[in-house]
Design a protein around this ligand. Sequence first.
Ligand SMILES: [Zn+2]
Ligand SMILES: [Zn+2]
Length: 274
Amino acid sequence: MVPNGYGVLTSLPLRGIANSLLREAEDALVSIFFPAPCRICEKLLAHASRVPICEDCLDSFTRVPERACEICGQPLESFHPVTVESLRCPHCNPPTYAFARARSLAIYQDQLVRALLMLKYQRTDPLARWFAARMVQLVRGEGEAFEADLVVPVPLHRSRERERGYNQAALLAKPLAKALRLPYRPVLLVRTRQRPEKTVLSLEERREAVRGAFATRPGSQVDKLRVLLVDDVLTTGATLDACARALLDSGAKSVVGLTVARAARSPVTKHSPS
Ligand SMILES: [Zn+2]
Ligand SMILES: [Zn+2]
């Protein structure tokens, strides 16, 4: 019914007459009389939405700069001025990724890191829908390059998903597919090998950990289809790349990647020498 910690209203004798309408009304009352704190900065939430983060924290997410690699979306200002005129980052010139394009909403830093940890460990559906709505705009803005036939979330290994109870990429991909009116295929791709237990992996370890770690499920219909892959964070691109390879090997026509956050490769928006 109502999330814990709201006191009085949760103990009203609703049993028996409770229905979804009543519950909604109750939720509305709870948010008026018992405003919850922002789960990032703890300021009381003023808005009626169920997103547990305040407007200031949501506004603080740093969008990926316009000058980004046309292939992988890496902000170009992170590179030495020698590449300034290029439309591609050194990693994509010549192209090395199996996906055709990757785009992200914002830079993986500060408040966004905390928001994504929340999505990963405390299942926050309203926040996932908030991100998905903005990812829809991003997809539409990319036009033809992001036209797809189906939406696939980057899968967790089965044992990891069982342990956590859900896949955070699926929380994003499902509402995204619905808004784009595309088929949603959460079980098309499987992760066949676990990520190592170590929390911090070097770039090479990350690549090694995902190489060949994904496969399409036998009988999956992906032949000649354009796939939109969804994940929470793009760090090195190795995960999207490994997923894209598995899909292309199974006959997919093309794969594009979409994530909430993008780890900029070097200090890009902060720490400019002064
Ligand atoms: Zn806040
Ligand atoms: Zn690139």
